[in-house]
Every structure is written in C-alpha cells, then in structure tokens.
Design a protein around this ligand. Sequence first.
Ligand code: ASP
Length: 276
Amino acid sequence: ATKKAWDLLESGSSSLDAVEQGCMIEEADVNNQSVGKGGLPDRDGNVTLDACIMNSKGDCGSVVYLKNITHAISVARKIMEETPHVMLAGVGAEKFAYSLGYKKEKLLTDKSRLDWLDWKLKSEYKPIINIENHDTIGMLAIDKNGDISGGCTTSGLAYKMSGRVGDSPIIGSGLFIDNEVGGAVATGLGEEVVKTVGSFLVVELMRNGYSPQKACEEAIRRIVSKKNSNYKDFQVGYIAINKSGETGSYSIHDGFSMTKYENNLNKTFKSNYYSG
Ligand code: ASP
C-alpha cells in the first residue's frame, strides 16, 4: 500500500489519489482478513465494510455497513465528490455503488467462511489483542504541494454483532485531517476510539504544539487513564503526520506497527506502546 502511494506521489499525483489507491491494495488482498474482500464476517456470516476518506480541503466521504463491494474506500471518495452528503450506509450505499458501475462481488472467501464456522462452535465474542480479529488499514499522505489526505478502510471487528459500526467510517474518530496542522488515523477497538474522538483529538493536540508522537501518546493516555478502564483487554493504535512531514505512532500494547515510505525507503516500524 505504501509503495503504491509513494509511486503515485512521485509521479505528481495528489495525496488523495495516493491514500485511495494505497488502501485499495489491501482491500483487494484476500489474504488480509480484516480489510475488504476476504475480511472476516459478522456473527451472521456477512462481510460488512466501513471506510472513510478526507482531503486537504476538509471534504470527507464515508461508507458504513457496505456489503458486496470490495473497494469501500473508493465508494467513500465518490460519496465525497459526487453527492451532497458525507455518509451513506447499507443498502443505500450499495445502490449508489452499483449506480457508479461497481459489480456485485462475493466478499466472504472460503478461508474466512471456515474461520467463522469454527468460531460459531463456541460463539464467544472477544476482541483479541494483536491476534487481530481486527486490524484496519489507515493511511496518511502528504504530496508535493504539502497537501495532506487520509483514508481508512476495514471489515471491522470479526464476529461483531450484525449492524455494528466501529470508528473507521466516523470522521474525527477513525480519521481526521486538518491541512493547516496534520492528520491522524486509528486502528483497534473502535468503540474506545469513538468514545474519545481519537483522531480529532490527535490533530487538535498537534494544533496546540504537540509533536505527532506526543499527540498519539496523549490520545492513548486518555483511553487508558479513564476510571475503570479495562485497557488490558483491548488494543488501540494511532498514527499521525504533521504539516512538516514528521510522523508519530503509539499504541496501548506491543504489536502495533506503522509502515512509512520516505526518501525511497519503505520501512515498517514497531510502535512504542503504553502497556502499563
Ligand atoms: N477499528 C476497527 C473497528 O473497530 C477495527 C480495527 O482497526 O481493528 O471496526
């Protein structure tokens, strides 16, 4: 994904094209069971996708509970660019995608179906840290004009309740961009990100002088320092970029990583983490 995004940026494309097409790589990868086609289903066996995208002008588009279409990120972009709305959900979103020419696809692969059938034997629902029955892709890019965009796409938590929506399509929670300041994206247990409006918080902290790294750390601190927080049982991770291209990443637990393409190097970094 980062290689694709970098190639586009190098050939002069916008940060918006870079994050969209980068996210599409993971959406199409059937071996990735937490994004797009091949994603693990909800407890009824339906793969439902959430995604959002935001550009440097502050425009955004989001798609919620999308079935049968692999490239949720592109549908989100079209919602931003071709409708008067920010979010479309469920059958309405699917209908909109078909009107654009998208074809109905089967998103549940044999592997994900078998995993789901296996899960059904006990039907115990519990997000598992880093075994990742979850793991969204969130991308941030800055282009040659210094314009920042971000994208975020996921099949959400595996075996979630039917109808459940996480943070990933919620602007301000799963993703936020302010081109004057920077951008942030989240992964992990969406409910906890929504409760602290995580990505907006990271960007606001940067606006107030925090580095991207310190801003991610403070946003994680807000979650773990809540009274009676059961943070030991879940993972949340943030990545952030500021206007000068500095980046940061931080998570609650070990096991979260960020891949950065910079100066011709495509490198995955292990994030620092809280763990407590
Ligand atoms: N944040 C996503 C959700 O809660 C899942 C994940 O990133 O692991 O739907």
